[in-house]
Design a protein around this ligand. Structure first.
Ligand code: FEO
Length: 402
């Protein structure tokens, strides 16, 4: 890709990865981008690099602006390999005068690459450097989402290089928010938040509070993945505020798998009860849905009802996969319940209910178990389960307002 100018003398020089379909367990049907940025000033500065196979694209993009050897400074905002995988080769090529990173960034770079000879300059929150006409203020964002993570703010342009924050996994030839479909953009941003950052929501809240406290003005957010927010960056900050407070709506998910359609039939009856109780619902059969898409739906759902037949004294593997993944991401402020069919032992409902409790999801009712196939009275129990979940969800909403 050709470089793209964000501001006079500031360029996107990243790479598009159109073909990646799995990002450590997160499905990326539309690929991703590895964004790096170049500021041309008295001290020419490169912010982040790209995943190792894309190093030549980065260098060739820079070459269209200037000889890469003219770069003075490299800022490593984040050490995960999608951004720093090509750091050794880039340093070899450009021979920077200094490599700026957080204290944890230096440790992580040494752990990964064992190059104590690199010209590290460790910077902490509140420190800044002069580039000439511009300066860079550093803001450590530990555990957003790695210990080394930091952001770089250019006050002269009110521009935030936000590392993994405010990004999306979405490869597009467009670079800016006003060039793409807004609804699709927010769908990708929500998926990214739900699958990468949800776990760290309390830290996102602290970061937003800190930015407000410091009175930092932001006209543009340039993340390390996806689209650059230049038209109204306040919209994505507001969305992060809402997502990190885990604000939910009257929406329930029935997440399930089925063996011989008995649990599927039960799921539809649970849905009828949810709807009668005042919640919209979605059926998500884990045979046909990726865990990361289910997790995206969890983001604003108030209720999660789990269904599985019993298989070998446990639940279906697809459900175990999802619950392991979901537990790590720590959704909060939700109600739930479980249901499922069985042949002789029937432990799946017990295990799924335990998973809900382990995630601090409020269990609205005792789970419904049905032997082999549901009869009319069983389906009524499923409908009542849906109604009970809806009642509890609405009660939770009332408590939150009180
Ligand atoms: Fe995009 Fe945490 O790396």
């Amino acid at each position: 890709m050709k470089p793209v100018e964000l501001r006079k003398g500031i360029y996107w020089v990243g790479a598009l990865d159109w073909n990646i379909r799995d990002f450590h367990g997160y499905s990326t049907p539309k690929g991703t981008s590895y964004n790096a940025y170049l500021i041309v000033d008295e001290k020419v500065t490169l912010f982040d690099t790209v995943k190792k196979p894309f190093k030549n694209e980065l260098i060739e993009s820079i070459r269209q602006i200037m000889d890469p050897k003219r770069i003075d400074y490299l800022v490593v905002n984040h050490v995960e390999m999608d951004h720093s995988g090509s750091v050794p080769e880039v340093i070899e090529e450009i021979q920077p005068e200094k490599v700026f990173c957080s204290p944890m960034g230096r440790k992580a770079l040494l752990d990964h690459f064992n190059r104590p000879d690199w010209p590290f300059q460790v910077v902490e929150s509140g420190q800044s450097i002069e580039l000439g006409n511009r300066s860079v203020n550093f803001l450590e964002t530990r555990m957003l989402h790695w210990p080394d993570s930091m952001m770089s703010y250019i006050p002269e342009d009110k521009l935030l290089f936000s590392s993994d924050g405010f990004g999306e996994h979405w490869a597009t030839s467009q670079r800016f928010d006003d060039e793409v479909d807004g609804a699709e953009l927010f769908q990708h941003a929500a998926k990214y938040y739900a699958n990468i950052l949800l776990l760290y929501s309390p830290l996102v809240q602290k970061l937003i509070a800190k930015v407000l406290e410091l009175g930092i003005k932001i006209d543009m957010i340039a993340p390390d993945h996806g689209i650059i927010w230049r038209t109204d960056p306040g919209r994505i900050i507001e969305a992060y505020d809402r997502w990190s407070r885990q604000v939910s709506r009257r929406k329930a998910l029935i997440v399930y798998d089925t063996m011989w359609q008995a649990t599927d039939t039960m799921a539809r009856a649970v849905g009828e009860g949810l709807k009668e109780g005042g919640l919209d619902f979605k059926l998500i059969n884990m045979k046909f849905n990726h865990r990361s898409d289910a997790m995206t739906e969890v983001l604003d759902a108030r209720a999660i009802v789990l269904g599985s037949p019993t298989l070998n004294n446990g639940m279906m593997p697809t459900m175990a996969d999802l619950l392991c993944y979901m537990r790590g991401l720590k959704p909060s402020g939700k109600v739930g319940a479980a249901f499922g069919s069985y042949g002789w032992s029937g432990e799946a409902v017990k295990h799924m209910t335990q998973s809900l409790e382990d995630m601090n999801i409020r269990v609205a009712a005792e789970g419904v178990r049905v032997k082999y196939t549901p009869k009319a009275e069983d389906l009524e129990k499923c409908r009542e389960l849906g109604r009970q979940v809806a009642r509890e969800a609405l009660a939770m909403e009332a408590e939150a307002k009180a």
